[in-house]
Design a protein around this ligand. Structure first.
Ligand code: DC
Length: 237
């Protein structure tokens, strides 16, 4: 389903938008669609969630208490997270480095999933990372993915998409992905975690997850990823 509100309609133009923001809840398929879109337009793909994940992983690695807001914030201000185009065909959409260490897959571990919402709710962490994200986004020819790209990081984005799906559909997709890798998974546990991450992401005081007023809302409950991609691509031409 696709919902185009009045503001989104009035701001559309016939040229390909240079800054494309895709926001939405956990496991909504934003990164997959954004990568396809970026590749098809020859734009840079930038998943901002990896920055929050990289800070969370570094804090855990250095045994900085996740509950210690000021220590985690200092870390976010001092650690350089480097994101490069994918160097391997192992399913990654980009390479993520902290101090020359490739942590691309380490930041996907359950321990990072379990702590990243707390880290990303700290205002000092957000302002440190959002400033870097904005600097990159303003160069243009970019598809940037996150929770607050259209609302806070790049409110001037030429096209804003809010990609949504019910928690049950997102949990089912995540469950299927894990099973396809021959790993074990518990659907109810995945669903509970997704609902909890939605709650933390959408109720935090700073830059909560929400659709921008001028976003195009795409609900993928009844669409496969190719159908979502085609709908979003059509908005770019
Ligand atoms: O999209 P993801 O699951 O990789 O995001 C990881 C966490 O980072 C998630 O808890 C939401 C947060 N995040 C955010 O607050 N703002 C962004 N622009 C991107 C991610």
């Amino acid at each position: 389903m696709i919902v185009i509100n009045k503001k989104a309609m009035s701001s559309s133009t016939s040229t390909i938008p240079s800054i494309i923001a895709i926001d939405g809840p956990a496991a909504s398929g934003k990164s997959t669609i954004a990568k396809l879109l970026a590749d098809s337009l020859d734009y840079m793909f930038f998943d901002t969630g990896v920055m929050y994940r990289a800070i969370t992983w570094t804090a855990l690695q250095r045994e900085v208490s996740i509950a210690d807001e000021s220590a985690v914030t200092s870390l976010a201000k001092s650690v350089l997270v480097d994101i490069q185009p994918a160097s391997k065909s192992d399913g990654r959409t980009c390479d993520v480095f902290v101090e020359n260490q490739d942590i691309t897959w380490k930041i996907r571990r359950p321990i990072v999933d379990a702590n990243v919402s707390v880290v990303s709710a700290y205002p000092g962490v957000r302002s440190a990372l959002a400033a870097q994200q904005r600097r990159i986004g303003m160069r243009g020819r970019v598809v940037m993915v996150g929770r607050d790209i259209g609302t806070v990081v790049l409110p001037e984005a030429n096209l804003k998409i809010y990609l949504d799906a019910s928690a049950e559909v997102r949990a089912r997709r995540r469950f299927n992905e894990i099973i396809a890798r021959n790993e074990s998974a518990d659907y109810d546990e995945i669903l509970t975690k997704i609902i909890e991450r939605d709650r933390v992401d959408s109720t935090r005081k700073v830059a909560p997850l929400k659709a921008a007023d001028d976003a195009v809302i795409v609900n993928s409950d009844n669409l496969n990823s190719d159908e979502v991609f085609q709908q979003i691509k059509a908005l770019c031409i």
